[in-house]
Design a protein around this ligand. Sequence first.
Ligand SMILES: [Zn+2]
Ligand SMILES: [Zn+2]
Length: 285
Amino acid sequence: MKNKNTILLGAHTSAAGGVHNAIYEGRDIGATTVQLFTANQRQWKARSIAQDEVVLFKQALQETGLSHIMSHDSYLINLGGPDVEVLTKSRDAFREEVIRCLQLGISYLNFHPGAALKAPVEDCLKRIVESVLGVRDLFTGKENLKLVVEVTAGQGSTVGACFEEIAYIVHALKDELPIGVCIDTCHVFAAGYDIRTAEGLDKTLNEFNVIVGLDYLTAFHLNDSKHDLGSRLDRHEQIGEGKLGIECFKAIMQHPKLQSMPKYLETPGGPPFWVKEIALLRSFV
Ligand SMILES: [Zn+2]
Ligand SMILES: [Zn+2]
């Protein structure tokens, strides 16, 4: 068992006023890591990071001791859609995301696979792979950055709600780029994987291992779910207050294979709630 205080646990904190602020907010809520947006997640206009911001960010990391920082890509990006104009914009924006992560020395770029819209799922998956391969030239092999594809709830025409689709993406990219997977507990449950108990979690992880490979599992988003198993609805709830329930989170925190993986809350309520949720989750270790 890992030391309670060194487990990598945090939340998606606010980068308002500069990315370094997300790090300090993490420290203030008792986190050891955080997830953040490196740009406005609802605007196409790409923002580049100024050198003094890089300095402030690295200083914040040094001061606080936070590590394994995850960036979440913009909600507007669809790496697998059929519309050429949106696809081009998405690929450009994704490239900017990667560049900002490399500048800041961020460990993980969490990205949503994409949505097929009215096109076949197979085409969408192929386009996602092509889109991600478009950033290959930014990697020399010396970077600390891993691209992490997030398991989705399968809302609308979103792909990546089953391990087979995640496997397709990961296996197509694994020899080309550093690639991993983030399991969001709300999403995977809404997608139909019953992780409410320790047994259910084990069964799901076994399935993940057979289809994708446990070696690719990199991180967790810890969220309870407002909606039921298989609802395919992506609505986060506070830990223990939703349809998943507290047992699921106890099982994740205590699972020997998941101990060293970073875990980020994206639960509603913000810092006052995250303080309590982090303390609660840590008490399970
Ligand atoms: Zn998530
Ligand atoms: Zn979600």
